[in-house]
Ligand binder design. Structure first.
Ligand SMILES: [Zn+2]
Length: 129
């Protein structure tokens, strides 16, 4: 997977978020075959909203969420749980709190010119993903 402007857009992600993002992107690319990229919004609480987009800038997948809270192992069950983000449960992930956004492109599948990528980005981010 190729990331646009990696220095700017993905440097704010913690290690566990990068891994969670990779997993979600892989799933979206696999399940929604017309997906050329995954658009993401990172909010000020570090939660990330994301969804697949097509070459025409339309949404291809349901909206997904990667929590800003690291997973916690429940000691009694040994299972991994993700604490709910208080900010997000209060305002339902208000996009006005966005601090970082971009698109993770599925470069294995399709090569898009920068011009087309910019067009897709403009469409996606004008419509409040
Ligand atoms: Zn949050």
């Amino acid at each position: 997977m190729e990331r646009e402007d990696p220095g700017m857009e993905v440097s704010n992600f913690s290690e566990y978020q990068k891994k969670a993002l990779d997993d979600v992107c892989r799933l979206i690319f696999k399940e929604f075959s017309n997906t050329v990229g995954v658009a993401f919004l990172q909010l000020d609480c570090d939660c990330i909203k994301l969804a697949g987009v097509s070459s025409t800038g339309d949404q291809t997948s349901p909206m997904m969420l990667v929590s800003g809270n690291p997973p916690v192992i429940d000691e009694s069950t040994g299972e991994e749980t993700r604490p709910v983000c208080e900010k997000c449960s209060e305002d339902s992930l208000d996009v006005f709190r966005t601090k970082n956004r971009g698109v993770i492109w599925n470069s294995k599948k399709v090569t898009l010119s920068r011009q087309i990528r910019n067009k897709i980005k403009a469409k996606v981010f004008d419509s409040d993903l």
